[in-house]
Structures are given as C-alpha cells and as structure tokens.
Design a protein around this ligand. Structure first.
Ligand code: SF4
Ligand code: SF4
Length: 180
C-alpha cells in the first residue's frame, strides 16, 4: 500500500493538493530550466505522489528551480509547483540533506535570510552576503558598477515598517515545518 505521509507533508507545507496533478506535462513544457533538470516539474509531482522522499530531496531539480512560476500559470489544476519546490528545499535543509547544487542552496539561504531580516528583498545586501559566504568574490563583478549606476540595484535598503510581521511569519512557518 502507498505511504502517503510524505505527500501529505508536502501538501501541508506548500498549501497545494498534489493529488490533483494528472500529468498533462504542460508545466514541464514551459519550464525554462526543465532541460537541465533530472525529472522536470511534472515528474517531481509524480514522485511526490509516490512518496519518493529520498530521491527528491537528493535531486538537482529542487535547487535548479528558479521559482519563476511559469509552471503554475500553465497548470489546468492551478497547482503552484514553485511552492512545492520550495517545500522540498525547506525539508531538505531541515533534515540536513547534502544539496545536489551547493551554490544554489547557499543562494537560497541568503535570499531567505535577507527577506526574513529586512522584510523584503534588497539585492545589494543579498549579493554582498552571497559573495562573502560562497567566497565567489570576483565573478560578475564587471556588471555590478553598471547596475548600480543605472539604479537597477539600489545601494541602500528600503526598510519595511512591518518587518517584524515578516519575521513572525517566518517563525510561525518554521514551527509548522517542525510539527509536520
Ligand atoms: S501542468 Fe499541472 S496537472 Fe499538468 S502535469 Fe503539471 S502540475 Fe500536473
Ligand atoms: S517555478 Fe521552477 S519548476 Fe516552475 S517553471 Fe519556473 S523554474 Fe520550472
């Protein structure tokens, strides 16, 4: 008999109903990184339905997903697959699974950390923190001055008034993850 514990856990964390997926493949056909993935979004959902936790947490796909949400907008059942990928990443981190894409995992942690403490994204802080943490100090340095001069990346963060609320949301969702 199929063990549905993992599927239920992902449903809860992502607020989606994975069982609705009938594998029409529309999500994978539109995914910009599907070619580089091992499974692609459609098969990731199939593996969630089958409870293939270890395969998914160790896969490259959960780290290669760019969270662009193209898949969700194409899905006839309105499944937000980006949320599913995020739930898989969070479980992998919480359970200490060695990431198949270590740089993507670092980037994800820095991204979430900036949102958690500033209440919103601030690209300059995120890039600075990522460069320091990954020790990848020199790549893309030629684009930085251009982006700053053109105002594409503001140097100073705009601090959100309700950032305490954002932190509270992070804390509450961490508690849900621990309980699932
Ligand atoms: S588009 Fe939706 S229903 Fe179709 S395979 Fe992807 S997730 Fe499943
Ligand atoms: S959110 Fe992830 S899985 Fe979906 S289309 Fe974008 S990159 Fe692909």
């Amino acid at each position: 008999m199929l063990d549905t514990t993992f599927t239920t856990q992902i449903n809860l964390l992502s607020s989606q109903t994975i069982q609705l997926c009938y594998h029409c493949h529309k999500c994978t056909a539109g995914c910009p990184v599907a070619e580089d993935m091992e499974f692609g979004p459609d098969r990731v959902l199939r593996l969630v339905q089958l409870g293939e936790k270890e395969r998914l947490l160790a896969s490259h796909d959960i780290w290669l997903c760019a969270g662009c949400e193209t898949c969700g907008t194409r899905c006839p059942n309105e499944i937000d697959i980006a949320q599913v990928m995020d739930a898989l990443r969070q479980i992998a981190i919480a359970e200490g699974v060695r990431p198949a894409e270590p740089y993507a995992e670092k980037f994800h942690k820095v991204f979430m950390g900036v949102v958690r403490y500033m209440g919103r994204m601030h690209e300059a802080s995120m890039l600075g923190a990522y460069k320091l943490w990954s020790m990848d100090l020199l790549s893309d340095m030629d684009s930085a001055p251009v982006m700053l001069l053109k105002g594409k990346v503001p140097l100073l963060p705009h601090l959100l008034k309700g950032r305490g609320e954002v932190r509270r949301i992070f804390e509450e969702t961490s508690n849900v993850k621990r309980e699932t």
